[in-house]
Design a protein around this ligand. Sequence first.
Ligand SMILES: [Zn+2]
Length: 159
Amino acid sequence: MVLSVEEKKQRNIERTRKWRAENPEKHKEQNARYYQKHREKKLAQIKKSQAKIREENPNFFAQKSAAYYQKNKPKMLAKAKEYKATEHGYKVTLTSSWNFRGLKGDLDMIYRIYKSTKFCDDCACELDTHTFTKKCMDHCHKSGGFRGVVCVRCNNRRG
Ligand SMILES: [Zn+2]
């Protein structure tokens, strides 16, 4: 029996499918190897297609993520809370809020100072979780420079 080109193609597809079904681990390895080998190319392709989408609608990804957030709000909030409860999550959440508020400088170092400070730099009160004696990172609103760790009262007074 002589197979046509199309039939041979079909036969090869069937063989591959069968081999993959019988060797799931090997298939997985193959995929991983393929991914590693073509990673740069793939990433460049993704980047290119994202740039094209952005060109047509600059807000596409922001809208997409906002819509996703709205749809999954309780889940997202629970996840954020869980993340913030970890040491690393707490640090990232806090330092990115400082960054957002305009703090400049070595955020890692400032975080270490913030974490280890037990008393207000100004009035020397003990820093805890109460409304007026809560710990605040104080920075200059003009230069963004770090000024110290103070209590809420002193932070309000300093402005
Ligand atoms: Zn104080």
